[in-house]
Design a protein around this ligand. Structure first.
Ligand code: PNS
Length: 160
């Protein structure tokens, strides 16, 4: 069985992430999305909230699992029995960081490969950071995230 993990911060999940999850889901028997629980970063959404959002927005993808993880992505992949780490590549600006991560992971775990999926053109500009910024200024985020995520973001905005 071919299993892949897709690690990330997902703070919060955007249409770009969902597109990668769907496409990876059609390439592998199982795709396990790993939501990084990193106390060094201060995400807008808690890890539980990010996991719940992802579960909700991928309800119709039959072979996806959403899990929190901490520590190294390669250890998470091993724990899941995955041979592949999937990452999305939006633009050349992503490449340097992604290559460095993939190469580091390859040294740490030569048995695990990184596979890059190029983000669909319609989402190539999209990032969680940009979505949060537009939301802070009460811009329309409906083209960036599903309605459930937009509501969660607006709720956060009200709490601040
Ligand atoms: O969505 P992001 O923030 O670009 O995801 C980055 C992530 C979570 C994939 C990366 O930071 C990661 O794998 N962190 C876990 C720690 C790790 O394995 N570091 C070594 C690779 S450089």
């Amino acid at each position: 069985m071919a299993i892949a993990v897709y690690p990330g911060s997902f703070d919060p999940a955007t249409y770009g992430h969902i597109d990668i999850i769907r496409r990876a889901g059609s390439l592998f028997d199982e795709i396990i999305v790993g939501v990084l629980n990193n106390s060094a970063k201060s995400p807008l959404f808690s890890v539980e909230e990010r996991v719940n959002i992802l579960k909700r927005v991928t309800e119709d993808v039959p072979n996806v699992k959403i899990q929190a993880f901490s520590g190294l992505a390669v250890n998470f992949a091993r724990d899941c029995g995955a041979q592949v780490i999937v990452r999305g590549l939006r633009a050349v600006t992503d490449f340097e960081y992604e290559l460095q991560m993939a190469q580091t992971n390859r040294v740490l775990a030569p048995d695990i490969d990184t596979m890059f999926l190029t983000t669909s053109l319609e989402y190539a500009y999209l990032s969680s950071t940009i979505v949060k910024e537009v939301n802070v200024f009460q811009g329309d985020i409906s083209k960036f995230v599903p309605p459930f995520v937009a509501e969660a973001l607006q709720e956060k905005y009200k709490q601040k």
